[in-house]
Write a protein that binds this ligand. Structure first.
Ligand SMILES: C[S@@+](CC[C@H](N)C(=O)[O-])C[C@H]1O[C@@H](n2cnc3c(N)ncnc32)[C@H](O)[C@@H]1O
Length: 598
């Protein structure tokens, strides 16, 4: 059911192309919804929403008696990016939009606590629940449950193959990294104190990754200079940085495959004694690299201590993100080539292309975090001794001409990037590690053509397994989730997890919003589906008008809690969503504060 990552790449490229064609609206691709403006006469008035957040599962049949068309459309607005705007007069209490998620993740504490991974409701009958992965009676190894569904219907709706894959990845990550920390010492490659990469140890010099890291060094100045780069150059710097990392990982993977003679035989042909040995090595491949590339000695410790800051156990937060990224990636691979024309119920399902159309917050997040760290450095009270983070030393003074400089150069480049990005790299390495390992277990060898001459390294990497990832896809998914995902809460307002609703991500914020969003766990039957006979469609986000909204007026929701004063609100919005709010309420309150102080 899943196609390879290459087709996903072409979908991504297509989406980027479409975005480039709309100069005034970066990242804009037209959403198939909504429909052309309706006249007042045609408008459909939804009944007054109930005070409860949970709506009845089946709305009154009269509610959408006419063909329903959403009364909003996406337009670019000055200084606000894209936004939904009314295409006709909207009455108070109208259901103006319904969104479905593309990717979801439950917080770890709810994974095995009677909350359904699909519909986010308490599981009504535990005896019918489905737990993944299935516990094997015979297996001695304790397998933690990572997903629970109300029943097989919820599992099917989520899509069972997707759920199975997510479980495999998570199990692999939790197991392998714990395991790796224990077995790291016994590995045959990459000596503890070596400054050379395993690839360098083989004498394959100069490696592509050395060239790639040279390029990063060339582009970078000091951290201060990086902060001054314009969008295009910063993007180029980051892409070069990530490409250098990928180049290095590929070399390590190829070396791994070569040294294990996987280039000559598919892993399916491996005998039973060879396979476990390979996997044992693979389990520790990336932890070793991660420590070398991004670990660095702990502040205060000497290099000899060989103590590293990076955790050896993946945190629950990281696993939440890993589940979300894996789901989005798998859904993207599954829906390439999906024909959405003609079937309104399919059209309502968001696709990977919709996900890509969301705003990427990679650059803004990078600048914000780096600037904050710069402020910390200037603050005398938090003086950082570590010379590595001195922002004034130009990186270009460093040389990577000496082969022994390889890891210290990585360390230096690492010091140019903010802390949060270290964690992103760490998550990336863990995902990639798990995918690589699973592809070996599932007998994908990365060989383009068995039996052909496989001395060409490119042959080893061009054919990626269905479950593989590169920095391009990882960044596409991760940095679109930032500031675009919604917290999923239960009736008691407890945070259950996060979900990305790509088509709802064009609602801008106002502190006095005219639209209210409501999570509908039960699922109002969607109007378009209702025309086809109706069915329950749980876990959707609904958008209801609070008041009359005139044609052409912006439709805004409120991002999070709106109770605190203006200063706190603005600070939070800037921190979490990277903008300063100038909505009518903020302007009024600012004016009132001014006249009070005068
Ligand atoms: C969920 S997205 C909304 C859609 C976004 N405008 C777009 O073009 O994709 C959230 C981002 O929109 C922008 N945004 C939302 N509300 C805004 C407002 N009231 N003023 C300025 N920017 C806003 C911010 O960049 C924020 O991070």
């Amino acid at each position: 059911m899943f196609i390879g990552i290459d087709s996903l790449s072409s979908l991504l490229a297509q989406t980027e192309q479409q975005q480039k064609q709309l100069p005034h609206a970066p990242n804009f691709i037209p959403c198939p919804l909504p429909s052309p403006p309706l006249s007042d006469k045609d408008s459909v008035v939804a009944s007054e929403p109930s005070s409860s957040d949970l709506l009845p599962s089946t709305p009154a049949p009269s509610l959408f008696s006419k063909p329903y068309q959403f009364p909003i459309q996406i337009v670019p607005l000055p200084n606000k990016g894209r936004s939904y705007v009314a295409t006709r007069r909207i009455q108070p209490g109208e259901l103006v939009f319904i969104a479905k998620p593309l990717g979801t993740t439950l917080c770890d504490q709810w994974l095995d606590c009677g909350i359904c991974y699909y519909c986010w409701r308490s599981i009504p009958d535990l005896s019918t629940s489905v737990r993944l992965p299935e516990r094997k009676q015979s297996s001695k190894q304790r397998i933690e449950t990572v997903m629970v569904f109300c029943n097989t219907t919820c599992l099917k709706s989520f899509q069972e193959p997707v759920a199975q894959r997510i479980c495999q990845v998570e199990q692999r990550i939790r197991r392998s990294w714990n395991y790796a920390s224990a077995t790291r010492q016994s590995l045959g490659y990459g000596r503890k104190k070596s400054k050379r990469s395993p690839v360098q140890e083989t004498g394959l010099e100069p490696t592509k990754s050395v060239q790639a890291i040279r390029e990063v060094v060339r582009l970078a100045g000091s951290r201060k200079r990086i902060l001054e780069l314009d969008d295009q150059r910063l993007d180029q710097f980051l892409t070069t940085f990530w490409t250098a990392l990928d180049t290095h990982l590929q070399e390590e993977e190829i070396l791994f495959l070569k040294t294990n003679q996987l280039t000559e035989a598919s892993s399916s042909r491996l005998d039973s004694t060879a396979k476990p040995r390979l996997l044992e090595r693979a389990q520790a491949l990336y932890p070793f690299l991660t420590k070398q590339l991004f670990g660095g000695p702990r502040t205060g410790s000497t290099d000899d201590d060989q103590e590293y800051e990076l955790a050896t156990v993946t945190s629950d937060d990281d696993c939440e993100m890993i589940r979300l990224i894996t789901e989005v990636l798998l859904r993207g691979q599954a829906d390439v080539g999906l024909d959405t024309t003609g079937d309104p119920s399919i059209e309502l399902q968001p696709t990977f292309a919709d996900y890509c159309a969301m705003q990427s917050n990679e650059l803004v997040l990078f600048r914000k975090e780096l600037a904050q760290q710069e402020d910390m450095l200037l603050d005398e009270s938090t003086k950082i001794q570590d010379q590595e983070v001195d922002a004034n030393i130009p990186l270009a003074e460093m040389s990577v001409s000496q082969e022994s400089d390889f890891y210290s150069t990585w360390g230096r480049v690492r010091s140019l990037i903010p802390d949060y990005l270290h964690n992103c790299l760490y998550v990336y390495l863990r995902i990639r590690d798990a995918y690589f390992l699973l592809s070996l277990e599932n007998n994908h060898t990365y060989l383009s053509d068995q039996g052909q001459d496989t001395t060409n390294d490119n042959d080893l990497i061009t054919q990626r397994s269905p479950l593989s990832i590169d920095h391009f896809h990882f960044r596409t998914i991760l940095f679109r989730e930032v500031a675009n995902s919604f917290g999923i809460r239960d009736e008691a307002d407890e945070l259950l997890g996060f979900a990305v609703f790509p088509r709802a991500c064009f609602f801008n914020h106002s502190c006095r919003s005219n639209i209210e969003k409501r999570l509908n766990r039960l699922g109002t039957c969607h109007p378009l589906q209702q025309q086809k006979g109706g069915m329950e469609a749980p876990r959707q986000m609904e958008y209801w008008s609070r008041q009359v909204i005139e044609e052409g007026e912006e439709c805004c929701i409120s991002y999070g809690d709106m109770t605190p004063g203006r200063a706190e609100r603005q600070e939070r919005l800037e921190e979490e969503y990277f903008f300063r709010c100038c909505c009518p309420r903020c302007v009024e309150e600012a004016n009132a504060e001014k006249s009070e102080s005068a």
